[in-house]
Design a protein around this ligand. Structure first.
Ligand code: MG
Length: 381
């Protein structure tokens, strides 16, 4: 039986992972569950799934967690407690939100455990470090992001030299088709109202700005080692075609299903086999219309900014990611308006001086500097 740790178990991906595990009796032993703050949910999950270890990022909650859990469950805390779960399980689901997930990614790959990656920020900020470890250790990443899972599946129908292009699809988010004037006054609630996917708040705002797609372009480059010029984005409002791979003979292979994250999670958990429980199956018994259109990068500037940072490479993607996290947080706190998210990121990138990223500390330094820069820009707005 394979052992599994789920980091970020109380978030949307973590909960859906546990939901799948309820149906796959006996295939996985849940070794560790970890979350930052959501102690109530974490206790509920521990009572139901009986992990060996439970870790909580917020150290102040450690005693309370210990008191509330069965004495047979080991409790750890702090960032190091969370990361320790990545060392000891065969398979690690990294469903932590944002830059914090990078530590788990690096720890999992260094220990040569299989990484199921739902944390795209770790590949955006630390992509070059991650690639280095994979080259050295030969560790395996299976993407959980629906687009990358689709590409991972489509790539199985050809060799690397036969691949012409990766085409990432995106729903366009809640503001698809809106003009700049209409976007000036959109609210947090409107941004959080995604038309096809149910996700956490950070990624939902990222979807509304198309930054999510921008981060996914960088994620695709790091996962599949394909040039940025060969990664396209197309808007597909129905979220049924999750991405497409074009081969040299002109064939395009796509992966289709209804939007249900349990499909890519189940794929990642069971790879190289298939999950024997079906999610999101498309039904052709009623009329199904699929539409595709190019993204409007004059309005959704975050996508363009991502390509720009990606092509510059080095520390630019890490700065982009940090600036975005601060800008999205400020938008969610009603400190800046929706259009200013792109303005903040653009200014941070303009002021960013390229530095080499040889170590984890280098990435941390770039991340912190870009965050302070973003905060300064927001304060002056
Ligand atoms: Mg995605």
């Amino acid at each position: 039986m394979r052992t599994l740790s789920i980091l970020g178990s109380t978030g949307s991906i973590g909960e859906q992972t546990l939901d799948i595990l309820e149906h796959s009796t006996g295939e996985f032993e849940i070794f560790g569950l970890g979350a930052y703050n959501s102690i109530d949910k974490l206790c509920e999950q521990a009572a139901k799934f009986h992990p060996k270890i439970v870790a909580i990022g917020n150290e102040k909650l450690e005693t309370e967690l210990r008191d509330r859990l069965d004495a047979s469950i080991e409790v750890r805390s702090g960032a190091s407690g969370l990361v320790s779960l990545a060392h000891e399980a065969n398979i690690v689901m990294n469903a932590i939100v944002g830059f914090e997930g990078l530590k788990v990614t690096l720890a999992t790959l260094t220990a040569k455990n299989t990484l199921l990656l739902a944390n795209k920020e770790s590949l955006v900020a630390g992509g070059e470090l991650v690639r280095k470890i994979i080259d050295q250790k030969g560790s395996l990443i299976v993407p959980v992001d629906s687009e990358h899972s689709a590409i991972h599946q489509c790539l199985r129908s050809g060799t690397k030299s036969e691949v012409k292009k990766l085409i990432l699809t995106g729903s366009g988010g809640p503001f698809r088709g809106k003009s700049i004037d209409e976007l000036r006054y959109v609210t947090v609630e409107e941004a959080l109202n995604h038309p096809t996917w149910k996700m956490g708040p950070k990624i939902t705002v990222d979807s509304s700005t198309l930054m999510n797609k921008g981060l996914e372009v960088i994620e695709a480059k790091m996962l599949f080692d394909v040039d940025y010029d060969l990664i396209d984005v197309v808007i597909h409002a129905q979220s049924k075609v999750h991405s497409i791979v074009e081969f040299v003979d002109g064939s395009q292979i796509a992966q289709l299903s209804n939007p249900d994250m349990r499909l890519p999670i189940g794929y990642a958990l069971n790879y190289p086999d298939r999950c024997n429980f079906a999610y999101g199956v498309l039904d052709y018994g009623s009329k199904l219309t699929l539409t595709f259109e190019p993204p409007d990068i004059r309005i959704f500037k975050c996508l363009d900014l991502s390509y720009e940072a990606a092509r510059k490479g080095g520390s630019f993607p890490a700065a982009l990611n940090a600036a975005n996290e601060v800008a999205v947080e400020s938008f969610l706190d009603h400190k800046i308006d929706w259009l200013s998210i792109a303005t903040v990121i653009e200014s941070v990138l303009e002021n960013h001086d390229e530095v080499g990223l040889a170590s984890f500390d280098d990435v941390i330094n770039v991340d912190e500097a870009a965050r302070s820069s973003a905060r300064r820009i927001i304060d002056s707005m």
